[in-house]
Design a binder for this molecule. Structure first.
Ligand code: ZN
Length: 230
């Protein structure tokens, strides 16, 4: 009996060690693959857009739903939590393209951009809209579908109540500004929309009805004013 218990205990210890070692290997493999993927997509965007400023990409395995661009060391960090929501290379590219725009901006100004953060801090929403539009251009130039930016936002970015207390505009507004920009500059992506059956895109169409009616009116009246989207 004693021998049997001893044998079972050793077997249990052995199994849990093997299990721990296997999951560590799988985890390492996952991180390496994610890093390689964001490097390949990120550098493709940089090269196809002829961006002469250096930027590097870091995959962070913490389960946080975020990505950011560090204006001091020009490193773009994509966290696991957000990475999990990205279902295609176009969607990974959408997040990286937006952050690349911030990274390029961080080079502007005196002392190699030492004060660029303050330009952002004084008018963050202006820079967010700019980064979204720049991202659309970057995506198209690198061969990615820019509608993916709307899809990612609608799927993963929460919707605040107001945006006056936030650095970021309301997600619904950002998505409409992107929609408007694609409509004017790259209409072929909407006319022949690869995302038309995508549930997240369909949900955007559903939730943006009022905003799109405002946009429709702007087109019909040939207005030059910007629309105050909800
Ligand atoms: Zn941003």
């Amino acid at each position: 009996m004693k021998k049997a218990i001893l044998l079972l205990t050793s077997l249990f210890v052995l199994c849990s060690n093997v299990f721990a070692a296997t999951s560590e290997l799988l985890e390492g493999d996952f991180i390496q693959k994610a890093q390689k993927r964001i490097n390949e997509i990120g550098f493709k965007i940089l090269n196809y857009n002829g961006i002469e400023k250096r930027t590097v990409f870091e995959f962070n395995p913490r389960n946080v739903k975020n990505a950011y661009s560090n204006s001091n060391n020009r490193q773009i960090v994509l966290f696991r939590g957000l990475y999990y929501s990205l279902e295609s290379d176009d969607e990974v590219a959408a997040i990286l393209a937006h952050e690349i725009s911030h990274s390029v901006d961080s080079y502007n100004g005196i002392f190699r951009g030492a004060f660029s953060y303050w330009s952002y801090a004084f008018a963050p929403k202006k820079y967010e809209y700019k980064a979204d539009k720049k991202a659309v251009d970057y995506l198209v130039n690198a061969g990615y579908n820019p509608v993916s930016l709307i899809v990612v936002m609608n799927k993963a970015f929460p919707q605040g109540r107001y945006d006056w207390y936030s650095t970021h505009p309301l997600t619904s507004r950002r998505m409409m500004e992107i929609y408007e920009y694609i409509y004017k500059k790259y209409p072929e992506y909407l006319a022949n929309n690869a995302y038309k059956d995508n549930v997240y895109y369909q949900n955007f169409l559903l939730t943006s009805k009022e905003n799109r009616a405002k946009f429709q009116k702007k087109i019909e009246t040939n207005s030059k004013h910007s629309v105050n989207y909800l």
